[in-house]
Ligand binder design. Structure first.
Ligand code: SF4
Length: 236
């Protein structure tokens, strides 16, 4: 079995075409490359199958490009979303593939949990946009504030922050999110995403979400409420 990144072969759990269901590029048609492995274990994870590093199948650059070209040939796509798991666990292999995607006239969106700053430094020049999750202690069981701050300072002009809100989210955590945004860069858009796929988690109450939105909007430049749409429409 090939271990991801060690022999130049990506470890991939799925490659598919769908509408982007989250964040600033919501509704665009993307090709999704879901990479194996994650360094976290969030309570609301909807990609548990992709978490083990040896999940999925080994895929050479050539095989992945062939698969992507097949998708691009069938429909017009706006971007490739590099997702997971945590795609930065395989960061060393991503730049040449991202360059190739740009050469096809498409953009690169990186979906990341925002905890692997050193790996992001390698990949950031090739990202057109990074969707950076801020992981709350009530979601992961551990504090990640300093890792997130280091991450967001690398390429703030290419990032937006996404926070998944559940019934466990606390007011203290929300204050900390706003502080983090103020300390990293005031221009980074902040997206509130009420959890829709929660496993055993309760979704955040609508009145709590609206209160978080008001509080953040009073202190930050660009705050948006964008629910996750693909589970609602039954899209992958
Ligand atoms: S970072 Fe993403 S893939 Fe990893 S456990 Fe959390 S939700 Fe799941």
């Amino acid at each position: 079995m090939s271990r991801s990144g060690q022999d130049g072969t990506l470890r991939v759990t799925e490659v598919f075409s769908s509408l982007q269901g989250e964040g600033l590029w919501l509704g665009q048609r993307h090709a999704f490359v879901r990479l194996a492995g994650c360094n976290l274990r969030c309570r609301y994870c909807d990609s548990a199958r992709a978490r083990p590093l040896d999940a999925g199948r080994p895929m050479s650059n050539l095989a992945l490009k062939t698969e992507l070209k097949r998708l691009f040939g069938a429909r017009r796509h706006a971007a490739v979303s590099w997702t997971g798991g945590e795609p930065l666990l395989q960061a060393r292999l991503l730049p040449p593939l991202m360059e190739w995607v740009r050469a096809q006239g498409l953009k690169n969106l990186l979906e990341t949990n925002g905890t692997m700053a050193a790996a992001f430094r390698e990949v950031a020049p090739f990202c057109d946009l990074a969707s950076v999750d801020i992981k709350l202690p009530t979601a992961t069981g551990s504090e990640r504030w300093s890792e997130h701050l280091e991450f967001l300072r690398i390429a703030p002009e290419r990032c937006f922050v996404k926070v998944v809100l559940t019934a466990r989210t606390t007011k203290a955590e929300w204050r900390q999110v706003i502080r983090l945004m103020q300390e990293s860069s005031p221009n980074i858009p902040l997206v509130l995403q009420p959890a829709t796929t929660c496993g055993d988690e309760e979704p955040a109450a609508p009145e709590a979400v609206v209160a978080y939105l008001r509080q953040a909007s009073a202190l930050l430049k660009d705050v948006r409420l964008i629910p996750q749409w693909h589970p609602v429409w039954g899209l992958p």
